[in-house]
Design a protein around this ligand. Structure first.
Ligand SMILES: C=C/C=C(\O)C(=O)O
Length: 268
């Protein structure tokens, strides 16, 4: 192995992680990352993501859970990609039903309606099946992910969004679980409602065929790296619909019909 090439590559990746960390604070987005390192791979992007995770944890932030993204055809089409990705979120990024969230704390926020799975037991791949993943779910909540891009104008390809923590901005999760069995999630319908208008509707089957599949996928991918999903963590398996932009004074609802809903408001 040519160590000088390897170490200069690492220096570029560390620099990208530092730029993204700075953008998280300044709210000034950065230029797309994909052309900054010749042949930038998905593995490079996850290294950039991981470097940020480690620095946040070293600064005392507490991991609350993980998100899987790009699991629906709607979102894959919107971003022009064909595979899922994942990211992390901390306790200080989690909001609850009725939250009033300053839009000014994001760069270019959009919202996505999702399930929120709270795990009752830990899950670690490889080899986690759908049945094992479903059995690890303790409660299912309505959730909204606020995605945000630290890349200018959402000009992202897969390597950009992965490095940028899968574009995770914040999470909102309901306080009352949805009364539904993990085996029945494919048939559940969810609409995204912005300011009273339905902007999109999807079913559980639109989320990788079954919303439990992203949970199993994540447990297996992280398991390959020796990382477990822990009991008590919240996992978001991906959006039912295309993401929609929000601004100050927007109200967003993830509407699961008779099963329940979650509403958040964006303030100044
Ligand atoms: C860019 C982010 C995409 C997601 O979070 C998703 O598809 O759920």
């Amino acid at each position: 192995m040519n160590t000088s090439i390897t170490s200069s590559r690492k220096a570029v990746l560390d620099g990208l992680a530092d730029e993204l960390l700075a953008a998280t604070v300044s709210l000034v987005p950065v230029a797309p990352l994909r052309d900054r390192l010749q042949g930038m791979t998905l593995s490079d992007s996850y290294d950039v993501q991981n470097s940020q995770l480690e620095q946040h944890l070293a600064n005392g932030r507490v991991l609350a859970g993980r998100k899987v993204g790009l699991t629906s055809v709607a979102m894959q089409r919107q971003l022009g990609v064909d595979s899922p990705d994942f990211g992390f979120f901390f306790e200080d990024m989690v909001h609850h039903d009725g939250a009033r969230i300053p839009a000014s704390t994001f760069i270019q926020p959009k919202v996505e309606p999702e399930f929120g799975f709270v795990l009752k037991e830990s899950l670690q791949g490889p080899g986690i099946t759908l049945e094992q993943a479903a059995a690890a779910i303790g409660a299912i909540y309505p959730a909204i992910e606020i995605i945000d891009s630290r890349i200018t104008d959402w000009d992202i390809k897969l390597v950009d969004t992965v490095a940028d923590n899968a574009s995770c901005g914040a999470i909102a999760v309901g306080t009352t679980p949805l009364d539904i069995d993990p085996a029945d999630l494919q048939d559940v319908t969810c609409s995204l409602v912005i300011d009273g208008e339905v902007t999109g509707t999807g079913t559980g089957a639109d989320v990788m065929g079954n919303p439990v599949a992203p949970l199993a996928w994540l447990a297996n991918v992280l398991g390959e790296q020796g990382v477990a999903l822990e009991a008590g963590q919240l996992v978001l398996p991906g959006s039912f619909t295309a993401a929609m932009p929000v601004v100050t004074d927007s109200t967003a609802t993830a509407d699961f019909g008779p099963l329940g809903s979650l509403t958040i408001h964006f303030t100044d």
